[in-house]
Design a protein around this ligand. Sequence first.
Ligand code: GLN
Length: 306
Amino acid sequence: MSSLPDFESLTVGAAQRACVAPLKDADIDEPVMEARLLVGFVLGGGPERVLADRDEPLSAEQALALKAVLSQRCQRVPMAQIIGVREFWSLPFKVTSATLTPRPDTETLVEALLHHVSESPARVLDLGSGSGCILLAVLSEWPDAMGVGVDASAEALDVARENSEVLGMGSRAKFVQADWSQEQWAQALVGSWGGPFDVVASNPPYIPALDIEALETDVRTHEPRRALDGGDDGLDAYRAIIPQLSVLLTDDGVVGFEVGIDQADDVAAMILDAGYELLEKRADLGGVVRAVIGKKVSKRVKGRDK
Ligand code: GLN
């Protein structure tokens, strides 16, 4: 990496300009915008401050801090991890290297769940909760619901718990460690949380193992691999979770999965094969079918139809 500029005694505007070339060298797509985000972060007021204060000199402390964050970004640490926060569903989420960065694509799953579950359900489960963004987004829309977020990573659970507190949902959202590769994980969960759930949501790891090396550098080197790697064909997590929906879901309960590119038909088929109704396959803003929603058909209705 080329050596980074010294920002000491530069004005805010000049400092922003000086960040652009190193970001470009690091192959960052939008170096001007990212330079503004970094300077805004060290000023403390966000990108709006950069324009307002452009003729002010940086303090010595700010100059040092800017060099440090610029160096991180040039090593492709994701911006959300540097700034420490990412907006999702218009809520601020703390993000660390232990959590997948919440992505706009995942808002498609939240939207689809809200569409198909019109009344506030009582109990929601999020499998692979990461930062907690899916669970906390739906709980923010369903004020009478309580939720359980499950993750294998203790560090991710700590971040999710902090997010639930900061967002004022600490009493309604619980985050617990579990691993769906273990025997009886679903029975244990339902046993300790007082029965099945009305809604099960999950954005599990779904990148086929061999595709991981082709991911963008930021994601590949700084986001938790365990949250990305879905095994040979990317579908391992769905294979582990779908058979357990009979234990996890209430009658008439709704399940919503995020899926990767070209996985929607496979996941929909798995949901149908397991005896559930398919409610929707919903595309994200980029046109990728991103969320698959199913429903448990209640025993009562099944009986009558026979
Ligand atoms: N959408 C993420 C990516 O493409 C992957 C998320 C996941 O595996 N659940 O980087």
